[in-house]
Design a protein. Structure first.
Lengths: 237, 260
């Protein structure tokens, strides 16, 4: 087995030489998780905004359920999606088990409660400050909630990043519904798990470094946007 | 009786009675035995008040006396007991109300978009929005800052922007909740000047304030609230010269505590 230093050196070499296998895995990971987050954001933001302002019988139970699902284990999601998509399952006719589409579905389900719960909190905090003002301008409750998502867009971006981090770093669901098929459904997390068990630490480390780099890059962009806004405020006032 | 037909000398009516009014003009908003309760707290009780077109009503009273709640009740933002009647035009249109809050809430968008948003929410036709927005910003002197982030404005500019957003709706009634609190003297004078100009254009103004000098400058009527009750409602000159009920007299002398 290589020492850690040797493994890191090899990992760096894989990254800098643009190893085709490495970047294929990275590309699929980003594609699957980004698509899942886009779908999850659409559903989760609408659900969060609606739960912030809707009042109906069972509302508290719905909020409780969404908050509880924040801790939803990814293997459970994988198992449920597997049962739905397996040949004998209700959606078996789609024939998408062990494909990237199945992985997108699983990760979307995983991030929806996260996005809904956090965005609901954002909306409620915003409405505490400006809800009456928006109502006085004629906004309906749902319009007010959706406008709060626009108002708190940096918070929404942070929620999106959190969801992306959850999706791109989970291994259980994609392993179950994707099958970790080389060149087809192998993503960074499943590859890291497999290569580590095989003792191929350089590839596992290289994937880990790329994973951290991607999350760090997105976070940096958001921080830059936030500091730009603060700077504008200081300049104008 | 004032020239506009509103009963001008009015101590709050006891429960079960309606304040005397002229038949000359129907009020834009009339509250009869209205009350507002927040859980166990009775924020307003047995309020009888008629708001006529062109009124400049200033609400005074200690913190917690119910001024903000009364403004929200007049606007229809809070559930209430008793009656709240709103005059409708021949076409069935209710008077347009706009409200400014003590701390104006502006969305994290540009100055221009904040005004346009108000117009969009009020369902103003798209073709009219741009022109009305430009005129409103010009009126408050913010047209040069239209592209700037609204939240980057100073406190006084933010309050002027909130005024522009309200004025762009062409309101019949403008409700102002301590609009000059927390502003420096220069910004305060500027906002007062704008309120005065809007009122001169025929907008009915209801404003809460702790500043009795401001009440003298801007009001045609002054109403005093205490512990959720409307104690007295008089024309401005008489409010400061007539014998007032004990609580109001003590408030004018500065003997009431800041909050009730």
């Amino acid at each position: 087995m290589n020492s850690i230093a040797d493994s890191l050196a090899l990992a760096w070499q894989l990254i800098t030489t643009a190893d085709a296998a490495l970047w294929r895995i990275v590309g699929l990971s980003l594609r699957v998780s980004a698509t899942a987050c886009a779908i999850g954001a659409l559903a989760g933001l609408c659900l969060g905004a609606w739960l912030a302002v809707a009042r109906f019988r069972g509302h508290r139970a719905a909020v409780w359920a969404v908050n509880s699902l924040l801790a939803l284990p990814s293997v459970v999601v994988g198992l449920v999606v597997y049962l739905l998509l397996s040949r004998s399952g209700p959606l078996g006719s789609w024939g998408i088990l062990f494909t990237p589409n199945a992985m997108v579905i699983a990760q979307s389900i995983l991030v929806v409660p996260l996005i809904a719960a956090l965005s609901r909190r954002l909306v409620l905090d915003g409405l505490r400050d400006g809800g009456d003002q928006l109502r006085s301008l004629g906004a309906s409750p749902l319009q007010s909630a959706l406008l709060m998502l626009v108002h708190e867009r940096f918070g929404v971006l942070t929620v999106g990043l959190t969801a992306f981090g959850r999706a791109v770093s989970e291994v259980g669901a994609v392993m179950i519904v994707g099958g970790n098929i080389d060149g087809f459904t192998r993503v960074m997390t499943t590859a890291i798990a497999l290569e580590t068990s095989k003792g191929d630490l350089p590839l596992a480390l290289a994937l880990g470094v790329v994973l951290l780099g991607v999350v760090g890059l997105i976070n940096g962009v958001i921080m830059a946007m936030q500091s730009r806004t603060s700077l504008e405020r200081e300049v104008y006032v | 009786m004032s020239s506009d037909g509103v009963s001008t000398s009015r101590v709050a009516a006891p429960a079960g009675t309606v304040p005397h009014e002229s038949d000359a003009a129907a009020p834009l908003v009339r509250l009869q035995h209205a009350g507002v309760r927040f859980g166990a707290v009775q924020a307003l009780r047995d309020i009888n008040l008629a708001l006529h077109r062109g009124d400049r009503l200033v609400l005074v009273g200690a913190n917690g006396s119910g001024k903000t709640t009364l403004l929200r009740l007049l606007h229809g933002l809070v559930p209430h007991e008793g009656r709240r009647d709103v005059q409708r035009s021949a076409q069935g249109r209710e008077p347009v109300s706009a409200m400014l809050f003590q701390r104006p809430f502006l969305l994290s968008l540009s100055v221009r978009f904040n005004v346009l948003l108000g117009l969009w929410l009020h369902r103003v036709p798209r073709a009219q929005r741009g022109q009305r927005c430009a005129r409103a910003l010009q009126r408050v002197g913010l047209d040069a800052l239209a592209a700037r982030p609204a939240r980057a404005l100073s406190g006084g500019q933010q309050q002027r922007l909130a005024l522009a957003r309200a004025w762009a709706l062409q309101p019949d009634i403008l409700l102002l909740d301590e609009p000059t609190a927390n502003l420096d003297p220069g910004a305060k004078r500027e906002v007062e000047r704008l309120i005065d100009a809007l009122a001169a254009d025929g907008v009915t103004v209801v404003m809460s304030t702790h500043n009795l000098g401001q009440a003298k400058r801007l009001a045609t009527r002054v109403a005093f609230l205490d512990a959720g009750r409307l104690v007295v409602d008089l024309p401005v000159d008489r409010f400061f010269t007539d014998a007032l009920p004990a609580e109001a007299a003590r408030f004018l002398k500065g003997e009431l505590p800041w909050s009730r």
